[in-house]
Every structure is written in C-alpha cells, then in structure tokens.
Design a protein. Structure first.
Length: 276
C-alpha cells in the first residue's frame, strides 16, 4: 500500500484546499492518506467526500501544537472522531491564542522595518483563525524581502530571530489525552526536527508513552536516511508503531510530494495496521 499519514490543506497552512489535496494524492497513487491540519479539523468532511469519490482511503487526523522543553513539538492524532466535543473544544481554545501571537509577530517584524506583515500574512491564510509563521513567510517572499520560505525562517521566524514570538501551546499529556478521547492514535511527528538534547528527547518519549502515545513518524519528509534509521531504532526499542508521512504542504515548499515518501523498514509495525 502507498500510505501517507501527514498532510495539510488550506484549512491550516497548506497550499491546496482539502479536495485538491485528495486529488493530488489520488494522482500520485496514494491508497490511504491522512489530513492532519494544525489544531484544526474543519477540512475533514470535504476531504472524506472527495476521497470516497476518488477511491482514496482517508484517515481523519489532526496535528496538535505542544510546548515541551522550550520547543514546539507536534503530536499527530490519527483515526480520530473529528466531532468529539473534547477534541473540538480543546482545538478551538488553542486556535484562540494564534491571532494574538500573529499580531505580536507583526509588531516584531515592524521593528525590523517590515511594516504591514500581519495584513500580508492574512491574505495567504484561508482560515482566519489560523494565521501561522508559514503565512508570514509566504508574504515576505511575495513582497520580495526574501527569495524563499526557508530563508525567511532562517533570518526572521526561527527561534532567536527578530520575528520569532514564543508561545505556550498545549501540554504533551493534554494533547495525547484529547486524541485518545476522540478514539485516535497519538503519533510523535517528525521527531528529528526538534532541537532537543538526547536527555530531553528521551524524556519526550517517556512522557509521551506514559500519557498513552503509541506511534512515531519514522519516515517523514523532513528526515534524512540517518534520521529514519535513528527513529526506526527508537520505535523498536520502545515498542512504538511506525508511521510514514510526507508532511506535504505544497509543491513549492515541501521536499517530498504526497505519497512519495520512503518505505518503512520491513520489521516495524505500521500504524495503519490499527487504522484499516
């Protein structure tokens, strides 16, 4: 099976609307995909309808922002009931803090001589409740400030840079509990991206498993071959299910297209064995 269990639509910070995203997955030969927008489940019904029409299996999902050891960590929920009140209410509360953060980011960028960044970012955000760093980056590229999104992050939006604004997201134990309340499986997303010490990475998995987390993205669009091997070892040692994911946002920004990820190591138990 061609499985890809992490992707984004315009409901968060993807470039394609949910229907177009499913269509791209179908063209790429995806058998089973998950829509996992950031802190938002508003695109799942449209995606499910499109998937049924196009013969693609759709796993309802979400990607929840978590604050851990000074880093923003992402926990994906797969196979969720996206109408579960516990999850829906928690996500609404998380999104409520995003607009104030976006306003503060705009203020910080204005101090660097970049005026009107909030208004510019909103033009790229199809969901007004979810103006993210990616939308600011796209605005700065479109304005000619920087040549590409990665360069914007490197110069302005990463931790320690002039436009970065710290924010308190969900607690790890809460994010996992919301996913479990919605009947889903919690997955540590793209773990190699986090700037955590070895001790903090071990603590992340300790606390994740203790909270009821069950899986890790071994294959991710953000992972090198060495990083895939590293987290395959983590999955083996900790008895975690393994996920395969592109983290696709759009053709212009993602290194791996939806459905074009590397295969999982054959000895790992795929998380989709619990989803189909």
């Amino acid at each position: 099976m061609n499985v890809d269990l992490h992707s984004h639509s315009t409901v968060s910070d993807g470039w394609l609307d949910p229907r177009a995203l499913v269509q791209r997955a179908a063209v790429n030969g995806v058998d089973l995909m998950a829509l996992t927008d950031h802190d938002e489940v508003g695109g799942i019904d449209v995606a499910a309808e499109a998937a049924a029409e196009m013969g693609v299996g759709l796993v309802p999902g979400v990607e929840i922002s978590v604050s851990f050891a000074g880093e923003t960590v992402h926990i994906v929920g797969l196979g969720i009931d996206h109408r579960c009140p516990t999850l829906v209410d928690a996500l609404a509360e998380l999104r409520a803090g995003r607009d104030a953060r976006a306003q503060r980011m705009s203020d910080e960028l204005a101090r660097c001589g970049i005026a009107g960044a909030y208004e510019g970012a909103r033009r790229f955000a199809r969901n007004p409740e979810l103006v993210s760093r990616a939308h600011f980056a796209r605005h700065l590229v479109a304005s000619g400030v920087m040549p590409d999104v990665k360069t914007v992050f490197d110069h302005y939006l990463a931790r320690g840079k002039p436009g970065f604004v710290a924010h308190q997201w969900a607690a790890l134990v809460d994010a996992v509990s919301w996913i479990r309340a919605a009947g889903g499986i919690a997955v540590v997303a793209h773990p190699a991206r986090y700037r955590l010490s070895g001790a903090d990475m071990a603590r992340l998995f300790d606390e994740f498993i203790a909270a009821g987390g069950e899986a890790v993205e071994v294959v991710s669009g953000a992972h090198t071959a060495d990083e895939m091997r590293r987290f395959a070892t983590v999955a083996r040692q900790r008895g975690l299910l393994a996920s395969r994911a592109s983290d696709f946002h759009g053709e212009k920004e993602s290194t791996v297209d939806i459905g074009r990820c590397n295969p999982l190591p054959a000895d790992l138990t795929p998380v989709w064995s619990r989803l189909i």
